[in-house]
Design a protein around this ligand. Sequence first.
Ligand SMILES: [Cu+2]
Length: 300
Amino acid sequence: MTMKNLFPKMLGWAAVILLIAVFDVSAEVRTSNLYWAPEVATVGGKRVDALLNFIFYLTAAVFVLTQVVYIYYLVKYRKRPGSKAHYSHGNNKLEIIWTAIPTAIFLGLVIYSNRLWSELHSTPPDDAVKVDIVSYQFGWDMRYPGADGRLGKVDVHSYSVDNKFGLVADDPAGDDDFASTELVIPVGKPVHIYLHSRDVIHSFYVPAFRLYQAAVPGRTIAWVWFQTTRTGNFELACSQICGSGHYNMKAPIRVVTQEEFDKWQAGKIEAHAEAAKATSAARVLRNATASGRQPTEQNL
Ligand SMILES: [Cu+2]
């Protein structure tokens, strides 16, 4: 073998080794389900997985079956001395059958997945934990309602350096809202998120929750809610290329027991009250100067 022939071959092997190395390194982050989707952690995610698995195993079975039949006949009717080729015009009955079966399966999948989609996006339960999530270049801000259980109104025009949630000046419901840089959730409880963006399009993406939703500047995305099935630490990652710091746009998610959540929430509410006392304005999350504009955005 000449050097000229050897070079592309070596290049090919180098690429394969590099790929294996890259996947090996990235796989270290996860400890379970390395070659499948991350272990699911929401009620809705389980239903999405069931559909995904059904499609996967169905197509895998069809693939194997057709390949086996194909190879069998390839060998059986191979060219041999004395064998004569036979011309076939096809079979209309067979054509109809193998067109009708996949059509029925596809229609069934469309109807079922459409129904699943609308169920996952149904009205969230009243007792859901409400969280306002504001994405920005390059991070996430969370806002929880205070003791009143109500999130203060926001307006896209109110965003400023001092008012990172865009709270409007004349809604007292926002006075006790507290901020967090991590998303803390009580396990098993429905969580209703209100998704915002301060600058460009970002995307709320939690693989273990099977959740993906774009955050669009100027809009309140209010139809995302989910219910976790187990405690644990997860990562909220932006999945919309949004600029130079996109790779590092993430926030921790902690799914904890109800007691732990209550404790965390009480601590946050207390710290917020202390801060409010210090500013003597009870308006910690927004600047106290009213803009004079009518708020244009909806109630949360
Ligand atoms: Cu982003």
